[in-house]
Ligand binder design. Structure first.
Ligand code: GDP
Ligand code: MG
Length: 166
């Protein structure tokens, strides 16, 4: 089993942190500063029964300048080249206008899209369901998976769900 997976989401939601945890190497640059990741970076996760190729993308946002415009195009393009899309959001921040922009973009995507609610270590479990509903109302996600990329909660489960789709 093998496939390509694109990780998209607003800047700083934890895309690079997730990829580094799964791949186990510091191959994507992590930072508090928005837009540190300027290129697609590939990471390959290999087990006995699966090979998952991850594409870490620049944070998607409404373009305000030429570089931003380019970065959005890179991210958009990647969605049409993969088998599965991971849309990562921040559990602490909830639905925002940046997410709305991404969800509009996802309307053109035919592949399964997983909603990954990251940073659950920072929210009370009771806050999670209303937050998830906000996203669920706006898009028909193939799976909704809460995780903590930083602490590793539920990450193995997510990798298994992705493997099952390949
Ligand atoms: P990216 O812009 O989406 O690639 O985000 P990064 O992976 O660079 O992470 C941005 C910031 O969020 C960093 O300070 C990370 O340590 C932090 N972060 C990432 N995942 C988690 C998480 O699961 N929990 C918490 N508390 N912080 C996280
Ligand atoms: Mg990044």
């Amino acid at each position: 089993k093998s496939g390509f997976i694109s990780i998209i989401g607003r800047p700083n939601v934890g895309k690079s942190t997730f990829m580094n945890r799964v791949i186990g190497q510091k191959i994507a640059i992590m930072s508090d500063k928005a837009q540190t990741t300027r290129n697609k970076i590939q990471g390959v996760y290999t087990t006995e029964d699966a090979q998952l190729v991850f594409l870490d993308t620049p944070g998607i946002h409404k373009p305000k300048h030429k570089l931003g415009d380019f970065m959005v195009k890179v991210a958009e393009q990647s969605l049409n080249e993969v088998d599965l899309v991971m849309f990562m959001v921040n559990a602490k921040e909830g639905f925002g206008r940046g997410d709305e922009y991404i969800i509009n973009m996802l309307q053109k995507v035919n592949q399964p899209v997983f909603l990954i609610v990251n940073k659950i270590d920072e929210v009370h479990p009771d806050e999670l369901l209303p937050l998830i509903d906000e996203y669920r109302e706006r898009y028909d996600f193939a799976e909704i998976v809460p995780i903590s990329a930083l602490e590793g909660n539920n990450v193995d489960h997510l990798v298994q769900l992705m493997t099952d789709r390949m």
